[in-house]
Write a protein that binds this ligand. Structure first.
Ligand code: NAD
Length: 519
């Protein structure tokens, strides 16, 4: 089967891994170090969200193709896990340079398929690149522990070892960063990796795979399949896969956590969010308004760490008119247009959903201070655009508050005190990120200690930790017990072997069996 797949020669061009004989490029599978055309009879269209033109097609990989991909990972595991850690490190050192060299090309693919602005797409690649750079420290990150002389002539030491074939399932909103949270760390640890990118934005992952191959990753160490539910269930069920990293919605994440765990796999599942920004009256007004606007509407609000909810405490509520004016100044346009601040949403369905959540707010009594519906973007009339939208006087029972909107919509609540704001946030089921804007250290300290959210910014609106830390979303935003990247990421992708050894300098041979528990 594998031979027949690999015998198909597939030309590469335009930086996309596509088939030149078709007018619409097809996305390849990456199996055993080759880009191969799928035999599938089921294909999905990939759209440019700014125009809704079809820019590519992606296969729903067949069962045979998925089996071939896992088999390739399994075969490669033996030699990859035994490859010297210095050789693995060299591959990732070359890889980080290739990503840097190709950052513009990667960003273009992101903007084409996902819609975000080119500058933001470069940020997407850059944040992933930082994880690859961190993976280059694998020689330190994988160190074990030793304790000499735990008894006479006896020492204990640990090895940190890979676990086998690992798999990653990625969402649409960060086509570079999130896959790069997954396979570089998993592979640097000595695991082989099966990636399933989002079927809506596979192009960037394919180029990342090509660059890794160019950097010297041996055939089979990374395989890529495409698809939706069947591919996800395949990953959850295949016995050779030992660990699953998932990022995406709660619906998928809960399912994958349950099904993968039931099958004995490690699962880390990063899910949805409702991130609150608390605005204290003593905050630096100019800075806070700019930060709120950027964090609510950047990437059209399609970031899991977007500040989608603001709580104005006390007198700070008087800043709302300025917030509205500043939000109006953002330019809504296609991501590749100069000066674009807010790009389109991923699909017409996402646009319709966001618009209906805005309407639900209005129907339930919120004030629509800024309405981004019917955004008219000249030249892009078919795009999935929604402009910056602000709903104020929102209450916790409204649907626009209880649901993750994942669009350029800021919902605004008011509180009379910091305690009231903290209690509101702690009552919300999500725990991904939050920020407080204040110039008072004691207020900031109280907030960081009392708020039950995994990632907190103090005058920092999107506090996504750098890769020497871990991405520590909590409560309803996370299932699992070891987070992505940082020390926890290394722990997720490794297991510990503990060796206790005795080498006697002088002959103290036992004269009878020691039947009691050794102490
Ligand atoms: P999604 O859950 O729809 O898709 C994610 C992946 O799961 C895709 O590969 C998709 O093919 C698969 N999938 C989708 N529905 C499925 C189902 N019912 N069963 C099995 N598999 C399924 O998510 P998305 O729309 O691509 O991404 C947006 C979501 O991701 C938002 O909720 C956002 O908050 C979340 N997100 C979270 C983080 C984080 O780190 N916490 C980061 C980015 C995005």
């Amino acid at each position: 089967l594998l031979r027949s797949l690999l015998n198909k020669k597939v030309p590469l061009h335009l930086g996309r891994l596509c088939y030149s004989s078709s007018s619409v490029p097809t996305t390849k599978l990456f199996i055993d170090g080759k880009f191969v055309e799928s035999n599938s009879s089921e294909w999905l269209d990939i759209h440019n969200p700014a125009t809704n033109e079809v820019v590519g097609r992606v296969p729903i990989a067949t069962e045979e193709e998925m089996l071939a991909a896992v088999d390739s990972c399994s075969r490669a595991y033996g030699s990859w896990s035994e490859t010297s850690i210095l050789s693995r490190q060299q591959i990732f050192l070359r890889y980080q340079q290739l990503i840097k060299d190709n950052i513009k090309e990667l960003a273009k693919l992101i903007t084409l398929e996902q819609g975000k602005t080119l500058a933001d797409a470069e940020g997407d690649v850059f944040r992933g690149l930082q994880v690859v750079e961190h993976a280059c420290s694998i020689t330190s990150l994988m160190l074990g522990e030793t304790l000499p002389s735990i008894a006479r002539d006896m020492d204990t030491y640990t090895y940190r070892l890979p676990i086998g074939v690992c798999a990653g399932i990625a969402p649409f909103n960060f086509p570079a960063m999130i896959p790069l949270w997954m396979f570089p760390i998993g592979m640097a640890c000595g695991n082989t990796y099966l990636m399933k990118p989002s079927e809506r934005v596979p192009g960037c992952t394919m180029l990342l795979a090509k660059l890794l191959h160019d950097a010297g990753a041996p055939d089979g160490t990374l395989n890529i399949i495409h698809g939706q539910h069947a591919a996800v269930n395949f990953i959850c069920d295949h016995p050779a896969i030992k660990a699953i990293s998932f990022v995406g919605s709660n619906t998928a994440g809960e399912h994958i956590y349950e099904r993968g765990s039931k099958n004995g796999k490690r699962v880390q599942s990063n899910m949805g969010a409702k991130n609150h920004g608390v605005v204290m009256p003593d905050a630096n007004k100019e800075n806070t308004i700019n930060q709120l606007v950027g964090a609510a509407f950047g990437a059209a609000g399609q970031r899991c760490m977007a500040l989608s909810t603001a709580i104005f405490v006390g007198e700070s509520r008087k800043w709302l008119p300025e917030l509205v004016e500043r939000s109006k100044s953002l330019r809504v346009s296609a991501g590749d247009q100069p000066g674009a601040d807010v790009g389109p949403l991923i699909s017409p369905e996402a646009k319709a959903r966001v618009e209906s959540l805005i309407q639900s707010g209005v129907d339930e009594g919120a004030k629509l201070l800024l309405d981004g519906r019917n955004a008219n973007v000249k030249g892009y009339e078919n795009g999935n655009f929604v402009g910056p939208t602000i709903l104020s006087s929102v209450t916790p029972s409204m649907k626009c508050y209880t649901e993750e909107i994942f669009g350029p919509v800021l919902v605004v609540l008011e509180a009379d005190s910091l305690d009231e704001a903290i209690s509101l946030i702690n009552s919300n089921p999500y725990g991904n990120g939050t920020a407080i804007f204040t110039t008072n250290g004691a207020t900031a300290r109280k907030y960081t200690h009392e708020v039950d959210v995994g990632q907190i910014g103090v005058n920092v609106p999107i506090p996504v930790p750098l890769p020497m830390f871990s991405f520590t979303g909590s409560r309803g935003s996370f299932r699992g017990d070891t987070n992505f990247y940082g020390k926890q990421g290394i722990q997720f992708y490794t297991q510990i072997k503990t060796v206790t050894s005795q080498w006697k300098a002088e002959d103290t041979t036992l004269t009878s069996p020691a039947v009691t528990m050794p102490t």
